[in-house]
Design a protein around this ligand. Structure first.
Ligand code: AMP
Length: 409
């Protein structure tokens, strides 16, 4: 079975075609600058990350998503370099959709009701949902007869109990404006939970873990019996831990204070919190490698402080989830750019936690690898895993599952 995964952004579109027999990637690519009348670029890789990898780069304008996807279809079905003969070989298309809104709790086969759900959630995901929606509409036209599945990034967070997702604001106001904790990076947390349970040889229904998706955007997930019971991001991806350019949780009263003192609009303060804060605001860098270099080689006080704040913020969130699980934690799972690569941050986050059964193996932590691995000591009660995330594969697996269930129904 072949499954295409699409992630349509406002001016870009990422795609990956999986052979689901062995989960291998037949090809993948990225179209950028869609909508720019002068230039656009498409990078297409056949058999990526294998000895047979072949790269095709094109530079030409792509007026809209339809023109871009048409080009992708040409490449997929090309007589010489194509990996399929006909788009009908694709069993289902899985679409990444940021927001499912207040009511959508599950991934769904795309039909009119599902499309309305995505449209209704435009105000909640104004930057992502409209282009995600366009991607679906274009795919419906260009891949006739191929079913589409919407995989919502909020679906993981929709598993949370009421006491986890409800903010202590006036009840009626929250209901009217659909304010609740939604959580994001859900596809990644879902993937990590499933892989973690498999790694630990535990049935999903008995598996407790804390997932640490630490990248440019970061969030932690708290999983009990295979289900999300809490997550650090909230109504928007701004809440939670300190990130590359986002401040994470702050005293909400800071917002009106800045607005009053500086005469700024809500939108301007929102931009400061989302784009100019976090590591960038603290030390002028967004990439942790640059922050480490400044801290370790130049003894830069801002970078040293930024690192302390970042690690402390991850540790505080980890601690609160550890308590929510009452210490019954099978493993911690580090993932994404920082979680998979940054041994210093991992060591900092779990430093001194031996008393609660979290014991890092220093040598294992410092060994670089792209594999799923255990970096805790043999006698660590709570295991510490590193699992490379794979959101596209999770979307493909989810689409496969939704398709199978729809055929049974
Ligand atoms: P992501 O958003 O998951 O792509 O993660 C991006 C972030 O991961 C970057 O901004 C870096 O801070 C961090 N990162 C990526 N590679 C490394 C690395 N080799 N060592 C340390 N941090 C890394």
């Amino acid at each position: 079975m072949k499954i295409l995964v699409l992630n349509a952004g406002s001016s870009s579109c990422k795609y990956k075609l999986f052979n689901m027999d062995d989960h291998s990637v037949l090809c993948q690519g990225l179209v950028e600058r869609i909508g720019d009348p002068t230039t656009g670029c498409l990078t297409h890789k056949i058999a990526p990350d294998t000895a047979k990898e072949e790269k095709i780069s094109l530079e030409e304008p792509f007026k809209d998503h339809a023109v871009a996807l048409n080009k992708v279809i040409e490449l997929l079905t090309d007589a010489k370099k194509g990996v399929i003969k006909d788009t009908k070989e694709i069993s289902v298309i899985g679409h990444r959709v940021l927001h499912g809104g207040y009511y959508q709790t599950q991934p769904a086969l795309v039909d009119e009701a599902c499309k309305k759900t995505i449209r209704d959630a435009f105000p909640l995901g104004p930057l992502h949902n409209p282009p995600n929606y366009t991607g679906i509409e274009v795919a419906e036209k260009l891949f006739p007869g191929v079913p589409n599945v919407a995989v919502f990034d909020t679906a993981f967070g929709m598993q949370m109990p009421e006491e986890a997702y409800t903010y202590a604001l006036p009840k009626d106001l929250c209901k009217e404006l659909q304010i609740r904790r939604y959580g994001f990076h859900g596809t990644s947390h879902t993937y990590l939970t499933h892989r973690g349970a498999a790694f630990m040889h535990k049935p999903l229904e008995e598996f407790n873990c804390i997932t640490l998706h630490l990248g440019n955007g970061s969030s932690l997930g708290c999983v009990k019996n295979g289900k999300c019971i809490d997550t650090s991001m909230g109504l928007t991806p701004l809440e939670g831990v300190v990130m590359g350019t986002r401040c994470g949780s702050i005293d909400p009263a800071i917002v009106p204070y800045i607005m009053d003192q500086k005469g700024l609009s809500a939108k301007e303060v929102d931009t400061i919190m989302n784009k100019k804060s976090g590591l960038l605001g603290l030390c002028g860098q967004t990439d942790l490698r640059d922050m480490h270099r400044l801290a370790d080689q130049e003894n830069n006080a801002d970078a040293i402080l930024a690192r302390k704040i970042l690690i402390r913020s991850f540790k505080k969130q980890l601690g609160s989830f550890f308590f929510l699980l009452e210490g019954h934690v099978d493993c911690l799972i580090f993932s994404a750019g920082i979680g998979e690569n940054d041994a210093k941050v991992r060591a900092g986050v779990v430093a001194g936690l031996e008393s609660v059964g979290i014991c890092l193996d220093k040598a294992k932590n410092e060994t670089r690898s792209g594999d799923e691995r255990d970096i805790s000591t043999a006698d660590s009660r709570v295991k510490v895993l590193v699992i490379p995330t794979n959101e596209e594969l999770q979307i493909a697996l989810t689409a496969q599952d939704v398709l199978a269930k729809s055929k049974k129904a």
